[in-house]
Design a protein around this ligand. Structure first.
Ligand SMILES: Nc1ncnc2c1ncn2[C@@H]1O[C@H](COP(=O)(O)OP(=O)(O)OP(=O)(O)O)[C@@H](O)[C@H]1O
Length: 492
Protein backbone atom coordinates (compact mmCIF):
# COMPACT_ATOMS: atom_id res chain seq x y z
CA UNK A 1 0.00 0.00 0.00
CA UNK A 2 1.61 3.22 -1.10
CA UNK A 3 1.01 6.76 0.09
CA UNK A 4 -2.50 6.03 1.37
CA UNK A 5 -4.44 9.02 2.70
CA UNK A 6 -7.96 9.17 4.05
CA UNK A 7 -9.99 11.95 5.65
CA UNK A 8 -13.35 11.91 7.36
CA UNK A 9 -15.17 15.25 7.47
CA UNK A 10 -11.98 17.09 6.63
CA UNK A 11 -9.96 15.34 9.33
CA UNK A 12 -7.03 13.32 8.06
CA UNK A 13 -6.96 9.92 9.76
CA UNK A 14 -4.37 8.45 7.36
CA UNK A 15 -1.60 10.61 6.03
CA UNK A 16 0.47 9.18 3.15
CA UNK A 17 0.86 5.79 4.80
CA UNK A 18 3.08 3.10 3.24
CA UNK A 19 2.61 -0.52 4.21
CA UNK A 20 4.43 -3.50 2.73
CA UNK A 21 3.67 -7.17 3.27
CA UNK A 22 5.88 -10.03 2.10
CA UNK A 23 4.77 -13.45 1.03
CA UNK A 24 4.53 -15.86 3.97
CA UNK A 25 5.27 -13.29 6.66
CA UNK A 26 3.32 -12.40 9.77
CA UNK A 27 3.35 -8.63 9.94
CA UNK A 28 2.12 -6.87 13.08
CA UNK A 29 0.22 -3.63 12.54
CA UNK A 30 0.45 -1.67 15.75
CA UNK A 31 -0.46 1.73 17.11
CA UNK A 32 -2.50 3.44 19.79
CA UNK A 33 -6.29 3.51 19.75
CA UNK A 34 -7.39 5.60 16.83
CA UNK A 35 -3.99 5.51 15.13
CA UNK A 36 -5.63 4.40 11.87
CA UNK A 37 -5.01 0.63 11.77
CA UNK A 38 -8.62 -0.39 11.10
CA UNK A 39 -9.08 2.38 8.55
CA UNK A 40 -6.01 1.21 6.62
CA UNK A 41 -7.33 -2.36 6.68
CA UNK A 42 -10.80 -1.21 5.65
CA UNK A 43 -9.21 0.38 2.60
CA UNK A 44 -7.40 -2.88 1.80
CA UNK A 45 -10.63 -4.86 2.18
CA UNK A 46 -12.74 -2.45 0.14
CA UNK A 47 -14.95 -1.18 2.98
CA UNK A 48 -13.61 2.34 2.44
CA UNK A 49 -11.77 3.83 -0.50
CA UNK A 50 -8.62 5.82 0.12
CA UNK A 51 -8.61 9.47 -1.00
CA UNK A 52 -5.10 9.05 -2.31
CA UNK A 53 -2.60 6.26 -2.80
CA UNK A 54 -2.21 2.96 -4.59
CA UNK A 55 -2.46 -0.73 -3.73
CA UNK A 56 -0.21 -3.32 -5.39
CA UNK A 57 -0.64 -7.07 -5.07
CA UNK A 58 2.08 -9.32 -6.50
CA UNK A 59 3.60 -6.28 -8.12
CA UNK A 60 0.53 -5.13 -10.04
CA UNK A 61 -1.65 -2.23 -9.11
CA UNK A 62 -5.16 -3.31 -8.13
CA UNK A 63 -8.34 -1.34 -7.76
CA UNK A 64 -10.24 -2.24 -4.59
CA UNK A 65 -13.51 -0.33 -4.69
CA UNK A 66 -15.68 -2.77 -2.75
CA UNK A 67 -15.33 -5.90 -0.56
CA UNK A 68 -15.76 -8.22 -3.54
CA UNK A 69 -12.72 -6.70 -5.26
CA UNK A 70 -10.66 -7.50 -2.16
CA UNK A 71 -11.87 -11.12 -2.18
CA UNK A 72 -11.05 -11.47 -5.86
CA UNK A 73 -7.56 -10.27 -5.10
CA UNK A 74 -7.18 -12.84 -2.30
CA UNK A 75 -7.60 -10.48 0.67
CA UNK A 76 -9.70 -11.69 3.64
CA UNK A 77 -10.24 -10.40 7.13
CA UNK A 78 -11.15 -12.32 10.28
CA UNK A 79 -13.19 -10.04 12.50
CA UNK A 80 -13.32 -9.95 16.28
CA UNK A 81 -17.04 -10.46 16.08
CA UNK A 82 -17.24 -13.65 14.09
CA UNK A 83 -19.58 -13.76 11.15
CA UNK A 84 -20.63 -17.40 11.42
CA UNK A 85 -24.22 -18.64 11.62
CA UNK A 86 -24.36 -20.44 14.98
CA UNK A 87 -26.92 -23.07 13.97
CA UNK A 88 -25.03 -24.23 10.88
CA UNK A 89 -22.21 -26.80 10.85
CA UNK A 90 -18.58 -25.98 10.13
CA UNK A 91 -18.94 -27.21 6.54
CA UNK A 92 -22.16 -25.27 5.97
CA UNK A 93 -20.58 -22.11 7.34
CA UNK A 94 -17.46 -22.43 5.23
CA UNK A 95 -19.45 -22.69 2.00
CA UNK A 96 -22.40 -20.49 2.94
CA UNK A 97 -23.80 -18.85 -0.24
CA UNK A 98 -21.05 -20.52 -2.31
CA UNK A 99 -22.16 -24.14 -1.84
CA UNK A 100 -20.93 -26.66 -4.41
CA UNK A 101 -23.89 -27.70 -6.58
CA UNK A 102 -24.65 -30.97 -8.38
CA UNK A 103 -25.76 -31.31 -12.00
CA UNK A 104 -29.35 -30.52 -11.07
CA UNK A 105 -28.38 -27.34 -9.35
CA UNK A 106 -28.98 -28.60 -5.81
CA UNK A 107 -26.52 -28.11 -2.99
CA UNK A 108 -24.06 -31.02 -3.01
CA UNK A 109 -23.72 -31.68 0.74
CA UNK A 110 -21.23 -34.51 0.20
CA UNK A 111 -18.93 -32.37 -1.91
CA UNK A 112 -19.24 -29.59 0.66
CA UNK A 113 -18.13 -31.98 3.43
CA UNK A 114 -15.37 -33.47 1.24
CA UNK A 115 -13.87 -30.05 0.51
CA UNK A 116 -14.16 -29.09 4.18
CA UNK A 117 -12.34 -32.27 5.23
CA UNK A 118 -9.61 -31.51 2.74
CA UNK A 119 -9.22 -27.94 4.00
CA UNK A 120 -9.17 -28.91 7.67
CA UNK A 121 -6.76 -31.78 7.02
CA UNK A 122 -4.44 -29.43 5.18
CA UNK A 123 -4.48 -27.20 8.24
CA UNK A 124 -4.15 -30.25 10.48
CA UNK A 125 -7.11 -29.06 12.50
CA UNK A 126 -9.32 -31.45 14.36
CA UNK A 127 -12.89 -30.18 14.51
CA UNK A 128 -16.17 -32.04 14.48
CA UNK A 129 -17.48 -30.83 11.12
CA UNK A 130 -20.99 -32.12 11.58
CA UNK A 131 -22.31 -30.30 14.63
CA UNK A 132 -23.59 -26.71 14.71
CA UNK A 133 -20.75 -24.29 15.42
CA UNK A 134 -22.62 -22.93 18.45
CA UNK A 135 -21.66 -26.17 20.19
CA UNK A 136 -17.96 -25.52 19.54
CA UNK A 137 -15.66 -23.28 21.59
CA UNK A 138 -14.68 -19.80 20.39
CA UNK A 139 -11.28 -21.12 19.30
CA UNK A 140 -12.97 -23.42 16.81
CA UNK A 141 -15.11 -20.58 15.52
CA UNK A 142 -11.96 -18.80 14.62
CA UNK A 143 -10.50 -21.86 12.90
CA UNK A 144 -13.70 -22.15 10.92
CA UNK A 145 -13.36 -18.50 9.88
CA UNK A 146 -9.77 -19.14 8.82
CA UNK A 147 -10.75 -22.28 6.88
CA UNK A 148 -13.50 -20.25 5.24
CA UNK A 149 -11.00 -17.60 4.21
CA UNK A 150 -8.68 -20.23 2.77
CA UNK A 151 -11.51 -21.81 0.79
CA UNK A 152 -11.73 -18.45 -0.99
CA UNK A 153 -8.12 -18.63 -2.18
CA UNK A 154 -6.88 -16.10 0.32
CA UNK A 155 -3.32 -14.86 -0.09
CA UNK A 156 -3.51 -12.10 2.48
CA UNK A 157 -5.25 -12.75 5.78
CA UNK A 158 -5.96 -9.94 8.23
CA UNK A 159 -6.51 -10.82 11.88
CA UNK A 160 -7.87 -8.17 14.24
CA UNK A 161 -7.09 -8.89 17.92
CA UNK A 162 -7.54 -12.61 17.23
CA UNK A 163 -6.72 -13.84 20.73
CA UNK A 164 -8.89 -11.48 22.77
CA UNK A 165 -11.51 -14.12 23.48
CA UNK A 166 -9.32 -17.22 23.37
CA UNK A 167 -8.04 -19.33 26.26
CA UNK A 168 -4.33 -19.94 26.60
CA UNK A 169 -4.61 -23.34 24.93
CA UNK A 170 -6.73 -22.00 22.11
CA UNK A 171 -4.18 -19.23 21.60
CA UNK A 172 -1.42 -21.86 21.27
CA UNK A 173 -3.48 -23.74 18.69
CA UNK A 174 -4.00 -20.49 16.76
CA UNK A 175 -0.27 -19.78 16.78
CA UNK A 176 0.44 -23.27 15.42
CA UNK A 177 -2.13 -22.66 12.74
CA UNK A 178 -0.48 -19.36 11.86
CA UNK A 179 2.82 -21.21 11.39
CA UNK A 180 1.12 -23.60 8.98
CA UNK A 181 -0.42 -20.72 7.05
CA UNK A 182 2.99 -19.11 6.75
CA UNK A 183 4.46 -22.33 5.46
CA UNK A 184 1.75 -22.36 2.79
CA UNK A 185 2.92 -18.93 1.66
CA UNK A 186 -0.03 -17.02 3.08
CA UNK A 187 0.77 -13.56 4.40
CA UNK A 188 -0.81 -12.38 7.61
CA UNK A 189 -1.45 -8.89 8.93
CA UNK A 190 -1.81 -9.20 12.67
CA UNK A 191 -3.43 -6.38 14.64
CA UNK A 192 -2.99 -6.59 18.40
CA UNK A 193 -2.18 -4.54 21.47
CA UNK A 194 -0.62 -7.57 23.17
CA UNK A 195 3.09 -7.10 23.03
CA UNK A 196 4.15 -10.59 24.10
CA UNK A 197 2.13 -12.19 21.30
CA UNK A 198 3.57 -9.90 18.68
CA UNK A 199 7.12 -10.77 19.66
CA UNK A 200 6.25 -14.43 19.73
CA UNK A 201 4.74 -14.84 16.27
CA UNK A 202 5.45 -11.82 14.08
CA UNK A 203 8.32 -11.35 11.66
CA UNK A 204 8.02 -7.58 11.25
CA UNK A 205 6.21 -4.73 12.92
CA UNK A 206 4.76 -1.59 11.38
CA UNK A 207 3.70 1.15 13.76
CA UNK A 208 1.22 3.91 12.97
CA UNK A 209 0.78 6.98 15.12
CA UNK A 210 -1.84 9.65 14.51
CA UNK A 211 -2.44 8.38 11.00
CA UNK A 212 1.21 8.39 10.01
CA UNK A 213 3.65 5.58 9.36
CA UNK A 214 6.25 5.68 12.14
CA UNK A 215 8.43 2.67 11.42
CA UNK A 216 8.67 -0.82 9.96
CA UNK A 217 11.30 -3.20 11.35
CA UNK A 218 11.99 -6.88 11.88
CA UNK A 219 10.93 -7.98 15.38
CA UNK A 220 14.41 -9.35 15.98
CA UNK A 221 15.82 -5.82 15.83
CA UNK A 222 13.35 -4.33 18.30
CA UNK A 223 12.78 -4.44 22.04
CA UNK A 224 9.39 -4.08 23.68
CA UNK A 225 10.51 -0.73 25.10
CA UNK A 226 11.32 0.68 21.66
CA UNK A 227 8.00 -0.52 20.31
CA UNK A 228 6.13 1.13 23.20
CA UNK A 229 8.12 4.35 22.69
CA UNK A 230 7.18 4.44 19.03
CA UNK A 231 3.52 3.73 19.76
CA UNK A 232 3.12 6.42 22.41
CA UNK A 233 5.62 8.83 20.86
CA UNK A 234 7.77 9.19 23.96
CA UNK A 235 8.65 7.40 27.13
CA UNK A 236 5.99 5.64 29.07
CA UNK A 237 6.59 6.19 32.73
CA UNK A 238 5.90 3.52 35.34
CA UNK A 239 4.38 1.05 32.91
CA UNK A 240 2.81 -1.78 34.86
CA UNK A 241 4.71 -1.18 38.02
CA UNK A 242 3.08 -2.29 41.26
CA UNK A 243 3.24 0.06 44.18
CA UNK A 244 2.29 -1.08 47.65
CA UNK A 245 -0.83 0.83 48.65
CA UNK A 246 -1.83 1.75 52.12
CA UNK A 247 -5.25 0.61 53.02
CA UNK A 248 -6.82 -0.81 56.15
CA UNK A 249 -7.88 -4.40 56.10
CA UNK A 250 -8.57 -4.62 59.81
CA UNK A 251 -12.09 -3.23 59.60
CA UNK A 252 -15.32 -4.96 58.56
CA UNK A 253 -15.35 -6.00 54.92
CA UNK A 254 -17.57 -3.90 52.69
CA UNK A 255 -18.63 -6.98 50.71
CA UNK A 256 -18.92 -10.56 51.89
CA UNK A 257 -19.72 -13.32 49.44
CA UNK A 258 -20.66 -16.60 51.09
CA UNK A 259 -20.96 -19.95 49.28
CA UNK A 260 -22.32 -18.34 46.17
CA UNK A 261 -23.66 -20.81 43.64
CA UNK A 262 -25.07 -19.80 40.29
CA UNK A 263 -25.70 -21.88 37.18
CA UNK A 264 -23.17 -24.49 36.16
CA UNK A 265 -20.06 -22.39 36.51
CA UNK A 266 -20.19 -20.90 40.04
CA UNK A 267 -20.01 -23.60 42.73
CA UNK A 268 -19.76 -22.12 46.21
CA UNK A 269 -17.54 -19.04 45.99
CA UNK A 270 -16.66 -17.22 49.20
CA UNK A 271 -14.53 -14.13 49.66
CA UNK A 272 -14.40 -10.77 51.41
CA UNK A 273 -13.68 -7.36 49.92
CA UNK A 274 -12.50 -4.36 51.93
CA UNK A 275 -12.97 -0.65 51.52
CA UNK A 276 -10.06 0.81 49.62
CA UNK A 277 -8.95 -2.57 48.33
CA UNK A 278 -8.33 -3.79 44.79
CA UNK A 279 -9.07 -7.49 44.63
CA UNK A 280 -7.82 -9.30 41.54
CA UNK A 281 -9.62 -12.35 40.25
CA UNK A 282 -7.44 -14.77 38.31
CA UNK A 283 -8.41 -17.98 36.59
CA UNK A 284 -8.57 -19.61 33.22
CA UNK A 285 -11.41 -18.93 30.87
CA UNK A 286 -14.34 -21.09 31.97
CA UNK A 287 -13.24 -20.95 35.63
CA UNK A 288 -16.40 -19.04 36.48
CA UNK A 289 -14.85 -15.55 36.89
CA UNK A 290 -17.29 -13.61 34.73
CA UNK A 291 -20.25 -15.73 35.82
CA UNK A 292 -19.44 -15.02 39.47
CA UNK A 293 -19.56 -11.25 39.02
CA UNK A 294 -22.65 -11.54 36.84
CA UNK A 295 -24.39 -13.30 39.74
CA UNK A 296 -23.23 -10.67 42.25
CA UNK A 297 -24.57 -7.97 39.94
CA UNK A 298 -27.93 -9.69 39.45
CA UNK A 299 -27.58 -10.56 35.77
CA UNK A 300 -27.59 -14.33 36.42
CA UNK A 301 -29.81 -15.80 39.15
CA UNK A 302 -28.22 -16.86 42.44
CA UNK A 303 -29.07 -20.48 43.27
CA UNK A 304 -27.74 -20.46 46.82
CA UNK A 305 -25.39 -18.58 49.12
CA UNK A 306 -25.50 -15.00 50.25
CA UNK A 307 -24.03 -11.57 49.65
CA UNK A 308 -23.59 -9.07 52.47
CA UNK A 309 -22.73 -5.43 52.06
CA UNK A 310 -21.60 -3.54 55.13
CA UNK A 311 -22.76 -6.60 57.12
CA UNK A 312 -26.33 -6.33 55.78
CA UNK A 313 -27.68 -9.15 53.68
CA UNK A 314 -28.47 -8.03 50.13
CA UNK A 315 -31.28 -9.37 48.02
CA UNK A 316 -30.05 -8.99 44.46
CA UNK A 317 -32.46 -10.25 41.85
CA UNK A 318 -31.68 -7.88 39.02
CA UNK A 319 -28.94 -5.35 38.13
CA UNK A 320 -31.08 -2.45 39.41
CA UNK A 321 -30.91 -3.99 42.92
CA UNK A 322 -27.11 -4.09 42.73
CA UNK A 323 -26.86 -0.54 41.37
CA UNK A 324 -29.14 0.72 44.15
CA UNK A 325 -26.91 -0.95 46.70
CA UNK A 326 -23.90 0.88 45.25
CA UNK A 327 -22.38 -1.82 43.05
CA UNK A 328 -21.39 -1.29 39.42
CA UNK A 329 -20.19 -3.82 36.88
CA UNK A 330 -18.31 -2.96 33.71
CA UNK A 331 -18.92 -6.13 31.73
CA UNK A 332 -16.46 -7.91 29.50
CA UNK A 333 -18.65 -7.57 26.42
CA UNK A 334 -19.09 -3.86 27.00
CA UNK A 335 -18.82 -3.03 23.35
CA UNK A 336 -22.22 -4.60 22.86
CA UNK A 337 -23.75 -3.53 26.15
CA UNK A 338 -22.11 -0.44 27.44
CA UNK A 339 -22.46 2.22 24.81
CA UNK A 340 -25.22 4.10 23.03
CA UNK A 341 -23.43 4.35 19.71
CA UNK A 342 -25.59 7.09 18.23
CA UNK A 343 -25.04 9.41 21.18
CA UNK A 344 -22.06 11.67 21.64
CA UNK A 345 -18.96 10.87 23.64
CA UNK A 346 -20.09 13.42 26.22
CA UNK A 347 -23.61 11.98 26.60
CA UNK A 348 -22.26 8.51 27.10
CA UNK A 349 -19.76 9.55 29.77
CA UNK A 350 -22.32 11.61 31.67
CA UNK A 351 -25.27 9.26 31.44
CA UNK A 352 -24.84 7.57 34.83
CA UNK A 353 -24.04 10.81 36.66
CA UNK A 354 -26.66 13.18 35.24
CA UNK A 355 -28.35 13.57 38.63
CA UNK A 356 -25.03 14.73 40.15
CA UNK A 357 -24.56 17.57 37.70
CA UNK A 358 -27.95 19.23 37.95
CA UNK A 359 -28.28 22.93 38.52
CA UNK A 360 -31.81 23.40 39.72
CA UNK A 361 -34.00 21.63 37.21
CA UNK A 362 -31.41 21.74 34.47
CA UNK A 363 -28.20 19.93 33.71
CA UNK A 364 -25.16 22.07 34.43
CA UNK A 365 -23.79 22.01 30.90
CA UNK A 366 -20.50 23.69 31.72
CA UNK A 367 -19.80 21.19 34.46
CA UNK A 368 -20.84 18.32 32.18
CA UNK A 369 -18.47 19.53 29.48
CA UNK A 370 -15.70 19.87 32.01
CA UNK A 371 -16.12 16.32 33.38
CA UNK A 372 -16.40 14.79 29.90
CA UNK A 373 -13.35 16.72 28.67
CA UNK A 374 -11.39 15.69 31.73
CA UNK A 375 -11.97 11.99 31.03
CA UNK A 376 -11.26 12.42 27.34
CA UNK A 377 -7.89 13.91 28.28
CA UNK A 378 -7.06 11.47 31.08
CA UNK A 379 -7.84 8.36 29.06
CA UNK A 380 -6.54 9.98 25.90
CA UNK A 381 -9.77 9.23 24.06
CA UNK A 382 -9.08 10.08 20.45
CA UNK A 383 -11.96 12.18 19.23
CA UNK A 384 -12.22 15.51 17.41
CA UNK A 385 -14.34 16.81 20.29
CA UNK A 386 -16.64 15.56 23.07
CA UNK A 387 -19.70 16.05 20.85
CA UNK A 388 -18.63 13.46 18.25
CA UNK A 389 -20.98 10.49 17.75
CA UNK A 390 -19.49 7.50 19.55
CA UNK A 391 -20.05 5.21 16.55
CA UNK A 392 -17.40 7.12 14.62
CA UNK A 393 -14.64 6.45 17.15
CA UNK A 394 -12.20 3.57 16.81
CA UNK A 395 -12.96 0.34 18.72
CA UNK A 396 -10.46 0.97 21.50
CA UNK A 397 -11.69 4.50 22.01
CA UNK A 398 -15.26 3.28 22.34
CA UNK A 399 -14.05 0.94 25.07
CA UNK A 400 -12.44 3.85 26.86
CA UNK A 401 -15.73 5.78 26.84
CA UNK A 402 -17.53 2.95 28.60
CA UNK A 403 -14.79 2.79 31.19
CA UNK A 404 -14.84 6.55 31.66
CA UNK A 405 -18.58 6.41 32.21
CA UNK A 406 -18.24 4.02 35.15
CA UNK A 407 -15.10 5.58 36.54
CA UNK A 408 -16.87 8.97 36.62
CA UNK A 409 -19.80 7.41 38.43
CA UNK A 410 -17.52 5.78 41.01
CA UNK A 411 -19.92 3.61 43.01
CA UNK A 412 -18.98 2.13 46.39
CA UNK A 413 -18.04 -1.19 44.81
CA UNK A 414 -16.76 -1.24 41.25
CA UNK A 415 -16.37 -4.52 39.40
CA UNK A 416 -14.35 -4.44 36.19
CA UNK A 417 -14.31 -7.46 33.89
CA UNK A 418 -11.24 -7.31 31.61
CA UNK A 419 -10.96 -3.51 31.81
CA UNK A 420 -8.26 -3.09 29.20
CA UNK A 421 -9.16 -5.47 26.38
CA UNK A 422 -8.50 -3.70 23.09
CA UNK A 423 -7.08 -0.65 24.86
CA UNK A 424 -3.62 0.59 23.89
CA UNK A 425 -0.59 0.52 26.12
CA UNK A 426 -0.66 4.22 27.02
CA UNK A 427 -4.29 4.09 28.12
CA UNK A 428 -3.72 0.83 29.99
CA UNK A 429 -1.33 2.52 32.37
CA UNK A 430 -3.67 5.48 32.76
CA UNK A 431 -6.60 3.17 33.53
CA UNK A 432 -4.48 1.40 36.15
CA UNK A 433 -3.71 4.79 37.72
CA UNK A 434 -7.39 5.79 37.79
CA UNK A 435 -8.44 2.49 39.35
CA UNK A 436 -5.74 2.92 41.98
CA UNK A 437 -6.80 6.43 42.83
CA UNK A 438 -10.44 5.34 43.11
CA UNK A 439 -9.33 2.69 45.61
CA UNK A 440 -7.26 5.32 47.44
CA UNK A 441 -10.43 7.37 47.83
CA UNK A 442 -12.07 4.44 49.65
CA UNK A 443 -13.83 2.57 46.86
CA UNK A 444 -13.66 -1.20 46.85
CA UNK A 445 -12.72 -2.67 43.50
CA UNK A 446 -12.81 -6.13 41.92
CA UNK A 447 -10.81 -6.64 38.74
CA UNK A 448 -10.93 -9.68 36.49
CA UNK A 449 -8.08 -9.86 34.02
CA UNK A 450 -6.49 -12.53 31.86
CA UNK A 451 -3.47 -10.31 31.43
CA UNK A 452 -1.32 -11.23 34.38
CA UNK A 453 1.06 -8.23 34.24
CA UNK A 454 -2.00 -5.97 34.49
CA UNK A 455 -3.52 -7.99 37.32
CA UNK A 456 -0.25 -7.87 39.21
CA UNK A 457 0.15 -4.14 38.65
CA UNK A 458 -3.27 -3.50 40.13
CA UNK A 459 -4.22 -5.97 42.82
CA UNK A 460 -3.63 -5.74 46.56
CA UNK A 461 -4.81 -9.31 46.88
CA UNK A 462 -5.55 -12.00 44.30
CA UNK A 463 -7.98 -14.89 44.48
CA UNK A 464 -7.75 -17.72 41.99
CA UNK A 465 -10.91 -19.34 40.72
CA UNK A 466 -11.06 -22.84 39.35
CA UNK A 467 -14.20 -24.68 38.34
CA UNK A 468 -16.32 -22.14 40.14
CA UNK A 469 -14.48 -22.24 43.47
CA UNK A 470 -11.78 -20.16 45.11
CA UNK A 471 -8.71 -22.40 45.06
CA UNK A 472 -6.13 -19.92 46.28
CA UNK A 473 -5.88 -16.54 47.91
CA UNK A 474 -2.65 -14.57 47.89
CA UNK A 475 -1.54 -11.25 49.18
CA UNK A 476 0.10 -9.30 46.35
CA UNK A 477 3.29 -9.12 48.39
CA UNK A 478 3.50 -12.91 48.34
CA UNK A 479 3.46 -13.05 44.56
CA UNK A 480 7.08 -12.72 43.57
CA UNK A 481 6.56 -13.10 39.83
CA UNK A 482 4.08 -13.66 37.06
CA UNK A 483 5.12 -17.33 37.03
CA UNK A 484 3.97 -17.77 40.63
CA UNK A 485 0.51 -16.56 39.70
CA UNK A 486 0.49 -18.55 36.47
CA UNK A 487 1.33 -21.65 38.47
CA UNK A 488 -1.46 -20.97 40.98
CA UNK A 489 -3.95 -20.59 38.15
CA UNK A 490 -3.01 -23.85 36.54
CA UNK A 491 -2.72 -26.01 39.67
CA UNK A 492 -6.04 -27.34 40.89
N1 LIG B 1 -16.50 6.68 9.53
C1 LIG B 1 -15.77 7.52 10.26
N2 LIG B 1 -16.13 8.82 10.42
C2 LIG B 1 -15.38 9.67 11.15
N3 LIG B 1 -14.24 9.34 11.76
C3 LIG B 1 -13.83 8.07 11.65
C4 LIG B 1 -14.58 7.09 10.90
N4 LIG B 1 -13.91 5.89 10.97
C5 LIG B 1 -12.81 6.12 11.71
N5 LIG B 1 -12.75 7.41 12.11
C6 LIG B 1 -11.69 8.03 12.92
O1 LIG B 1 -10.44 7.61 12.38
C7 LIG B 1 -9.46 7.48 13.40
C8 LIG B 1 -8.76 6.15 13.21
O2 LIG B 1 -9.63 5.09 13.58
P1 LIG B 1 -9.26 3.56 13.40
O3 LIG B 1 -10.51 2.77 13.70
O4 LIG B 1 -8.61 3.34 12.10
O5 LIG B 1 -8.20 3.35 14.59
P2 LIG B 1 -7.45 2.05 15.10
O6 LIG B 1 -6.00 2.30 14.97
O7 LIG B 1 -7.99 0.84 14.41
O8 LIG B 1 -7.82 2.03 16.66
P3 LIG B 1 -8.18 0.86 17.74
O9 LIG B 1 -6.88 0.33 18.25
O10 LIG B 1 -8.88 1.61 18.81
O11 LIG B 1 -9.05 -0.15 17.07
C9 LIG B 1 -10.21 7.61 14.72
O12 LIG B 1 -9.93 8.88 15.26
C10 LIG B 1 -11.68 7.52 14.34
O13 LIG B 1 -12.48 8.31 15.18
Amino acid sequence: MSQISKSFNGIKVLNSVDFELRRGEVHALMGGNGAGKSTLMKILTGVYQGDEGQIFIDGSEVSIQQPNDAKENGVSMIFQEFSLVPTLTVAQNIFLTREPRNNLGFIDEKECIRQTEQLLNELNVNIDRNIPVEQLGVGYWQMTEIAKALSQNTKILIMDEPTSSLTKNETEVLFELIDKLKAKGISIIYISHRMDEIFRICDRITILRDGKHVMTSPCSELTMETVIQHIVGGNLEHAFEWKDRNYQRNQEPVLQVRNLTSGRRVNGVSFDLYRGEILGIAGLMGSGRSEMVRAIFGIDPIDSGEILMNSQKLSIKKPEDAIKAGIALVPEDRRMQGLILDHSVKDNILLPILSNIKKGMFIDDAKGNQIASEFVTRLNIKTDNIFKTSRLLSGGNQQKIVLAKWLANSPEILILDEPTIGVDIGAKTEIIEIIRSLADSGKAIIVISSELPELLALSDRVIVLNEGRVTKEMDRKEIASEEVLQHAIQVV
